[in-house]
Design a binder for this molecule. Structure first.
Ligand SMILES: CCCCCCCC(=O)SCCNC(=O)CCNC(=O)[C@H](O)C(C)(C)COP(=O)(O)OP(=O)(O)OC[C@H]1O[C@@H](n2cnc3c(N)ncnc32)[C@H](O)[C@@H]1OP(=O)(O)O
Length: 138
């Protein structure tokens, strides 16, 4: 098990310590299994309408936890493709859990699935992403 905490000098909206507007998320994961996860209480400024999270921020969270699957393994890459299924509203009055896992990789191409769950274990949104990794030779 590995933990990635926000670092100074990193202004990433999701995980950096130096973004005053950022979420400053800490992630956990298993590099060998290719997994990453976190739990947090979404701030209300992520709202889209009523008490629901904005769809763009849902995409951000799925992208973020997907990228952390790679970070856990010491890999650096960027999102080439992100396909999202919005299944239920993400309610802003309770905590959410983000989970990501590596499906497979072909050289630099890494295929990663992710999801957002509520405390009852309901899947609210899911994604499949293609990340292109810079620092891999296999
Ligand atoms: C540094 C850490 C930051 C982490 C931040 C968290 C993640 C992010 O939010 S990153 C920000 C958002 N992403 C970006 O800004 C990336 C913008 N895009 C780019 O820079 C480029 O498109 C880049 C570098 C990803 C890829 O460019 P390029 O090397 O030309 O690759 P490209 O040819 O377009 O596609 C790569 C491969 O994916 C394949 N591919 C593309 N889409 C798909 C798809 N939907 N399904 C399967 N394969 C696909 C292509 O066929 C190609 O395959 P092959 O290499 O075998 O021919």
């Amino acid at each position: 098990m590995k933990t990635l905490a926000p670092k100074t000098g990193n202004s990433c909206f999701g995980c950096g310590a130096d973004n005053p507007l950022g979420l400053k998320l800490t992630f956990h994961g298993d590099p060998e299994k290719g997994t990453a996860w976190t739990e947090f209480l979404p701030p209300h400024f992520l709202a889209g309408g009523a008490n629901m999270m904005h769809g763009g921020f849902i995409a951000l969270l799925l992208d973020e936890v997907s990228s952390k699957v790679l970070s856990m393994q010491g890999k650096r890459g960027v999102t080439r493709n992100l396909e999202i299924s919005y299944q239920k509203p993400v309610n802003l009055s309770g905590p959410v859990r983000l989970e990501g896992s590596l499906i497979r990789h072909e050289g630099r191409k890494h295929f990663i699935k992710a999801r957002i769950l509520n405390p009852g274990g309901d899947v609210l949104a899911e994604s499949e992403a293609l990340f292109l990794v810079f620092n891999t030779s296999s």
